[in-house]
Design a protein around this ligand. Structure first.
Ligand code: GRF
Length: 208
């Protein structure tokens, strides 16, 4: 059984996709043991509570510095016996001491086809605004391992979504979530739960 901690900051639709996939049995041998948010008002915390999942609110501003925040996050992860850490709409840059401790065990969902439209400043609706501004014809979502950079870790899975002529950022964000994010995040978690994600020479691949 793979114990998972999910880190959230907002609405929690990706968290909900994972909860539902576990309930439906499309993700097996995995259990969310903790949901952590940096915001007390994140609706994701409500989603977790409704699903009977333990929650914690750990806010960087409550700690003296990033090191201490990293230690608080580590303590919560260890208490939850989490083996996999999933960033699902989590908007805090994790401290280096935390990332290095859990390297190879932290994954993130990003709403574009990395390496396009990612890195500092590219999150949430902003990503889709830039996609439409550039006029690309294909976008999508990426699940990747988290390393010390921003959206720079090994790519595990991606799913493409075609742009439509009448797309607005909001319409596009919703379609990328529905057709890509909520599909590949559970798939990657199920693959990790069954030992089907291989990391070699800083490249990740999923064994079908
Ligand atoms: C979404 O755009 C997702 O791609 C990104 O964070 C945003 C909010 O996600 N990772 P959620 O609804 O909180 O899961």
């Amino acid at each position: 059984m793979l114990n998972i901690a999910v880190l959230v900051s907002g609405g929690g639709t990706n968290l909900q996709a994972v909860i539902d996939a576990i309930d439906k049995g499309t993700v097996t041998d995995a259990k969310i043991t903790l949901v952590i948010s940096n915001r007390t008002d994140a609706y994701a915390l409500t989603r977790a509570a409704k699903a009977g999942i333990e929650t914690a609110c750990i806010r960087p501003k409550d700690y003296f510095d990033r090191e201490e925040y990293g230690r608080a996050m580590t303590e919560a992860i260890e208490d939850a016996k989490a083996e996999l850490i999933v960033l699902a709409g989590f908007l805090v840059v994790l401290p280096g001491n935390f990332v290095s401790k859990y390297k190879g065990r932290i994954i993130n969902i990003h709403p574009s086809l990395i390496p396009s439209f990612c890195g500092d400043g590219f999150y949430g609706l902003k990503v889709h605004e830039k996609v439409l501004e550039r006029g690309v014809k294909v976008t999508g979502a990426t699940v990747h391992f988290v390393d010390e950079g921003t959206d720079t870790g090994p790519i595990i899975m991606q799913k493409a979504v075609y742009i439509k002529n009448d797309d607005t950022p909001d319409i596009l964000q919703k379609r990328v979530m529905e057709e890509a994010e909520w599909v590949i995040l559970p798939k990657v978690i199920d693959a990790i739960a069954h030992g089907r994600v291989v990391l070699k020479d800083n490249k990740a691949s999923v064994i079908e």
